[in-house]
Write a protein that binds this ligand. Structure first.
Ligand code: BEZ
Length: 211
């Protein structure tokens, strides 16, 4: 059965461009971003890995480790990383998993046979420090993902796991957030000393509490 939000992310051992890893050990107590791409030496994938590499510091600031996966072999990954570094002006510093036997692809349901019988689709999972799946997105091969959006979701997940708030549509770090529905408006004034704006009884905002 395929994974769903709230499920425990399956652990695995894998061969990667950074050596042999145990997924859980690699993540430690931090957050994880596991994302698949269809194939090495393809244009959209090259830009996706390049963007991810350009954002490595941003992921590190958020205590998040990134891993890419496809069913291509290790030597192919290694050669392609040189191309990514050269063409995208980056230095890929995260592991690319060589999932030749499809262990990871199967555990995370990354092959969608009606899209491609052999290649992984563009799946992306955010995994929390508790090893629970917090986000899943799936894009087709023809559409590159927006890695700024991945950072934005990570910001929202990290905020909402620590405070009784949610983030509204198109929210960005630093903007007002929505007060959780279980908190009475009376309690909200105490809980959120930066201010409470009541638009409707069910729609109440407060400045981002951790800023
Ligand atoms: C690409 O990365 O450009 C790509 C990969 C597989 C199918 C289509 C596009």
């Amino acid at each position: 059965m395929s994974l769903r939000l709230g499920d425990t992310a399956p652990n695995f051992k894998a061969t990667t461009t950074e050596g042999e890893i145990d997924f859980y050990e690699y993540l430690g107590n931090g957050w994880g971003i596991l994302f698949s791409h269809p194939a090495d030496y393809t244009p959209v994938c090259t830009t996706e890995l390049g963007k991810t590499a350009a954002l490595q510091e941003e992921f590190a600031k958020r205590n998040a480790k990134v891993l890419a996966v496809s069913v291509d072999p290790l030597d192919k990954h290694k050669g392609w990383v040189n191309d990514i570094n050269e063409t995208q002006n980056v230095n890929v510093g995260f592991p690319l998993i060589a999932d030749e036997d499809r262990t990871v692809a199967t555990l995370y349901d990354m092959i969608h046979p009606n899209a491609s019988a052999t290649a992984t689709v563009r799946s992306l999972f955010i995994i929390g420090p508790d090893k629970v799946v917090k986000l899943m997105i799936t894009y087709p091969a023809s559409t590159g993902r927006n890695f700024q959006e991945v950072l934005r979701v990570l910001d929202s997940l990290q905020l909402t796991s620590n405070y009784s708030v949610s983030t509204p549509a198109d929210w960005k770090d630093g903007e007002d957030v929505i007060i959780g529905g279980t908190i009475s408006t009376e309690d909200a004034y105490t809980k959120f000393p930066k201010g409470v704006k009541v638009v409707k009884p069910y729609l109440r905002y407060t400045p981002q509490p951790n800023k």
